[in-house]
Design a protein around this ligand. Structure first.
Ligand code: FUB
Length: 333
């Protein structure tokens, strides 16, 4: 019986659809593999997730991602909304209702690309890359909420960064991949870019620039996906390098540089030409959060999935190469 039903399916459905087919038949369900337990990579197994950004708030990690929805076998980005998940142990994740869509920004056209949320003065500011509706190219907007899971709303009613504000490259997609940090003195900085890495100070209201846009120097072969974090008195600027992308990093004592290039942090992530990392400390351990194209046989550079592995620092503050694993991390206590 099982053989007859399976042989009537196309080959891909025999693999991908096995669980669905078996679930439809109680007799066959007995032979089905048990549903995967929580844990292991990728961490979200119900939908494609990309471009992770994580925010630690007390004993909870909030994970914000893009949502790849391009149907296989199409090889193009199709992304209209951002997703939010939370966890108290980095293994068990709860999905929250979609907190934000491109359509929440009247000035934006499409492309819910990479983003990051930061907390300040009891509010949560979410910086997001989108295609601008009237100014050619990508742009960065900011949304605000009273709660890390939303509801978020456009904080300005206009883009914070548009393509006509940055001139270091001739491309129209250099204003993507925002990352945001507040230094020890309370000064907020926004970094972003593709091909060139830009940064600018933010006013305390977090919704306006506070000075000129500058270009970061000292990041060899910078492609995109900057992520800035602090650990042990050092600032780190990790970024996607070359294409297909690996992740490299630089260190500095100041967010305004000089940045010292330290080499590669992560290799090309399985089945995906992008990698897009976020780095956090949580409950005494450090984590490297990234995406690959490995969730199922339809996974690819355009159907990506967020994964988590450990990040280990050396005594001198440099970082060991990440080991991407299928098992992922253990529950944090
Ligand atoms: O998700 C769209 C783009 O792919 C992001 O902006 C890049 O970082 C890459 O992950």
């Amino acid at each position: 019986m099982l053989r007859r039903i399976l042989s009537s399916l196309p080959p891909a459905a025999r693999l991908a659809g096995l669980g669905i087919v078996l679930a439809a038949s109680p007799a066959l369900a007995q032979t089905a593999a048990p549903a995967p337990a929580a844990g292991g990579n990728p961490i979200i197994k119900t939908k494609y997730t990309a471009d992770p950004a994580a925010l630690v708030q007390g004993g909870t990690v909030y994970l914000y991602t893009g949502h790849d929805v391009a149907p296989a076998p199409q090889e193009r980005y199709e992304m209209h909304e951002w997703l939010c998940f939370s966890s108290k142990d980095m293994v068990n994740w709860t999905e929250h209702p979609v907190p934000l869509k491109v359509s929440d920004f009247t000035w934006a056209k499409d492309d819910a690309w990479a983003s990051q949320v930061i907390a300040r003065n009891g509010k949560f500011y979410w910086y997001l890359a989108m295609e601008h509706g009237t100014i050619r190219g990508k742009a960065i907007g900011v949304a605000v909420a009273d709660n890390p899971v939303g509801p978020f709303k456009d904080a300005r009613g206009s883009a914070l960064i548009t393509n006509d504000m940055t001139k270091a490259t001739g491309i129209s997609w250099d204003d993507i991949d925002p990352t945001v940090i507040i230094d020890k003195g309370g000064q907020a900085y926004l970094f972003w870019g593709n091909t060139a890495c830009y940064y600018a100070k933010l006013k305390a209201n977090m919704t306006e620039l506070d000075g000129p846009i500058q270009t970061v120097q000292g990041l060899p072969r910078f492609t995109e996906a900057p992520w800035v974090h602090e650990h042990g008195g050092w600032y780190y600027l990790s970024y996607a390098t070359e294409f297909p992308e690996k992740i490299a990093y630089a260190m500095s004592r100041s967010l305004e540089g000089p940045w010292q290039y330290k080499g590669l942090l992560n290799e090309i992530a399985g089945n995906s030409n992008t990698n897009h990392q976020a780095i956090i400390d949580f409950k005494g351990k450090s984590y490297f959060i990234y995406h690959n194209g490995g969730m199922n046989e339809k996974g690819s550079s355009y159907r990506r999935s967020v994964c988590i592995d450990y990040l280990n620092y050396n005594k001198d503050g440099t970082i060991q190469r990440v080991r991407m694993t299928t098992e992922g991390v253990s529950a944090a206590k």
